[in-house]
Design a protein around this ligand. Structure first.
Ligand code: DAH
Length: 340
């Protein structure tokens, strides 16, 4: 019996030294200490032992069982610790690594400047109105005193939806519309998009933003227009900004003019943005034509007014030294993120 115990111990010791991981140890536990294992089998011999031998023998078997069990537990916890460490090492999260920044999105540069423009004009006493982007040729052209065969009304310049419905070519479509429903004093701005069927190049696009202004009251005159525009441009850029007013023709104003700003992209030296003139046209303006006032139901004998339409993209290009209008619509994140 003693020999049996001894050889079992030897066999077990050899095997437990050879195990490679906790699974092997668990298998060994089943093999030696399981119900059908050799230790349990030894118990059967107890009944053949003499009554004096039996307690001693029983104790030896039990001791062996405890010994095996201790060794197994020892090995098992050693392996388990190692395996845990390995797993932890593999799944390690380095909380000190800087996170990847998520870009939360932001206002487009054009809208940002548009908001600035609106804020300045609100402070100067204008209220904000919005005209429709899809409108009739009446409000876009006829009511604004365009002659029936005016070239601007040509299919080549205007996106028509039907014979008399179109994408507005300017924000001036608000003028008659608003006058029809409101009595002077009128002091509004109308920001928004306008569309032209034009070739796309560095300076012009098929759609762009404008801010229209309309001021109608008793005694409104040309110097009100000039001083308001000057004040606005100084607020948006800098008090030292250089402006130029050139006589020009628009059917809905008399007299009419174009407003230029010294090109800030090239500091007036000349560049593709200003067509090498050193100046950039940013607005059309003038005194509201009596016919337009009449179309809006306002008596030109009693009231006068001024109006302007300003190109927002041009202002943004000047403000930020941007040389190509197309970049605003290309959705290039590298460009857009610079202005967050
Ligand atoms: N609507 C004109 C354009 O888009 C600009 C303009 C000129 C607007 C004179 C005005 C104005 O209100 O009085 O070219």
């Amino acid at each position: 019996m003693k020999d049996k115990l001894e050889s079992l111990r030897k066999e077990f010791t050899k095997e437990i030294q050879a195990v490679a991981n906790s699974l092997d140890v668990e298998a060994l536990e089943v093999k030696y200490l399981g119900k059908k294992g050799p230790v349990q089998q030894l118990m059967k011999f107890l009944k053949d032992a003499t009554p004096e031998e039996r307690p001693k023998l029983g104790k030896s078997i039990n001791d062996l069982k405890i010994e095996f069990s201790e060794k197994i537990n020892e090995k098992l916890s050693a392996f388990q610790n190692k395996e845990w460490e390995k797993q932890l090492e593999e799944e390690k999260i380095d909380v000190t690594i800087p996170g990847r920044r998520r870009f939360p999105g932001a206002k487009h540069l054009v809208n940002k400047v548009l908001d600035e423009v609106i804020d300045i004009l609100i402070e100067m006493g204008f209220s904000v109105q919005y005209g429709p982007e899809i409108d009739t040729d009446y409000y876009n052209f006829k009511a604004l005193n365009f002659a029936p065969n005016h070239p601007a009304m040509d299919m080549q310049d205007t996106f028509y939806i039907t014979d008399d419905v179109l994408l507005r070519t300017h924000t001036s479509n608000i003028q008659t519309r608003f006058m029809e429903g409101h009595k002077p004093p009128i002091r509004i701005i109308a920001p928004g998009r306008a569309y032209r069927n034009e070739d796309v190049n560095a300076r012009s696009h098929v759609f762009f933003h404008q801010v229209e202004a309309l001021y109608v009251d008793k005694g409104v005159n040309f110097s009100d227009l000039i001083s308001t525009m000057e004040k606005f441009v100084q607020e948006l850029f800098d008090p030292s900004i250089e402006m130029k007013f050139r006589p020009s023709y628009f059917p809905f104003v008399e007299p009419g003019m174009e407003v230029d700003i010294r090109c800030l992209v090239c500091e007036g030296v000349g560049c593709p943005v200003c067509k090498h003139t050193g100046w950039l046209e940013v607005a059309g303006a003038g005194m509201v034509h009596p016919e337009v006032l009449k179309n809006g139901g306002i008596d030109p004998e009693e009231f006068s007014g001024y109006a302007w339409g300003m190109g927002i993209e041009r202002l943004v290009m000047l403000k930020y030294g941007i040389k190509d209008i197309r970049i605003f619509t290309e959705n290039d994140q590298r460009f857009l993120r610079q202005f967050v």
